[in-house]
Write a protein that binds this ligand. Structure first.
Ligand SMILES: NC(=O)c1ccc[n+]([C@@H]2O[C@H](COP(=O)([O-])OP(=O)(O)OC[C@H]3O[C@@H](n4cnc5c(N)ncnc54)[C@H](OP(=O)(O)O)[C@@H]3O)[C@@H](O)[C@H]2O)c1
Length: 338
């Protein structure tokens, strides 16, 4: 597929976009991020509809979502999301570059051989150059180490991030999927080199709460922000699977990371109960799942994926009701604990 069929007129951003979004400061940095950000992991590959992708990003920015999150191997195939974003950037985003926070990452498998994976200086430096090339950018705003490589000294991985900043290829750096202890070490190494650790990108949702144990308190202590990925558990924390498996859903269309087998009856019965609470709050399931994460002020932003502009608008609606009563929180905890 991925061709631009010219369906969309030239883009002019909505002038009221900043009235529609709330921003949070990222840790103790000078950077503020929108409370909802958009990720290009799915739905921007070569098997996806180019104009739909373009419409989703336009909808995002028109609602004040200034942060687009990518990685070297988003696709399919690997690299395609960055390439397609590069084409969109050329068309839509060049005039708005200084209003955008664009991130990329390296750490998972990207190209064959020992230099296209994990955490070596060799891999990170080359991958950052490749990402800039694919996107047609001079710099990214945030460059991440996508995961901790236990066999590479942390000093080497953090040294590569520091060099990328020194070379002007990224403004800030982040880490993803690092545990609390390694996060504290990474922060110290970077700080000693003069590059602050801006942000951590952990997986965090109602169904995956590992960050609550130690990571969030560590981030607060070191002044690093947090952006939660897969906040809707790839769609499970929406009303989408309550009545079966829609054929255009991620679990059916693309079983790579979300398998139908993992969406058990027991899981869906939990979502049904959560959905009832959401309805009483006047929210959709997706909206409550996002609002529930944002109740912690340490969560700078919630990084959603979407397959349509309609889903994105619904998700942004989460910001209309971020307050939870004690009894709502207790009822939610009881469901999640089962
Ligand atoms: N750092 C890392 O290691 C890492 C790992 C994974 C993701 N990420 C980042 O996090 C971003 C988000 O991850 P994710 O895509 O897994 O997030 P998610 O928000 O948990 O799931 C997104 C999927 O949920 C469904 N959905 C979203 N809003 C919906 C709504 N209102 N109603 C019904 N269904 C809805 C859509 O699936 P359908 O296709 O079924 O419609 C959508 O593609 C990624 O794009 C990436 O930037 C980072």
């Amino acid at each position: 597929m991925n061709v631009d069929n010219g369906r969309l007129p030239e883009y002019v951003a909505d002038q009221s976009r900043y009235d529609k979004m709330q921003f949070r400061r990222c840790g103790k940095s000078g950077l503020q991020l929108p409370m909802i950000s958009i990720g290009l992991w799915h739905n921007f590959g070569d098997t996806d509809d180019f104009n739909n992708g373009q419409e989703m990003l336009r909808t995002a920015f028109d609602h004040g979502i200034t942060h687009f999150d990518l990685a070297n191997n988003y696709g399919p195939p690997y690299g395609a999301a960055e390439e397609n974003f590069g084409r969109m950037f050329k068309k839509d985003w060049k005039p708005y570059r200084d209003e955008l926070i664009i991130s990329s990452k390296a750490g998972w498998d990207m190209w064959p051989g020992p230099y296209g994976n994990l955490g070596s200086r060799k891999y990170l430096m080359a991958s950052c150059d490749q990402s800039l090339d694919r996107m047609g950018l001079d710099y990214v705003d945030i460059f991440y180490s996508h995961r901790r490589d236990p066999d590479t000294p942390l000093e080497e991985t953090m040294g590569a991030l520091h060099s990328i900043v020194q070379q002007g290829k990224a403004l800030y750096v982040g880490i993803s999927q690092y545990n609390a202890a390694d996060t504290a070490k990474a922060h110290k190494i970077l700080k000693d080199m003069g590059t602050p650790l801006l942000i951590h990108q952990p997986r965090y949702s109602m169904f995956d709460r590992w960050v609550e144990k130690k990571l969030m308190s560590t981030l607060k202590k070191i002044g690093t922000g947090a952006i939660a990925f897969s906040p809707l558990e790839q769609g499970v924390l929406t009303s989408k699977y309550l009545k079966g498996f829609p054929k255009n859903s991620r679990a059916v269309k693309d079983g790579r990371y979300l398998s139908k087998n993992n969406i058990t009856k027991q899981l869906i019965s939990k979502v049904q109960k959560l959905n009832d609470i959401a309805a009483k709050r006047g929210q959709s399931m997706a909206q409550m799942a996002i609002a529930w994460l944002l109740k912690d002020e340490g969560i700078t932003s919630v990084l959603v994926g979407v397959s349509s502009p309609k889903q994105l608008k619904e998700n942004i609606g989460a910001l209309d009701n971020l307050k939870f009563s004690k009894s709502e929180l207790a009822a939610i905890s009881k469901i999640l604990a089962k």
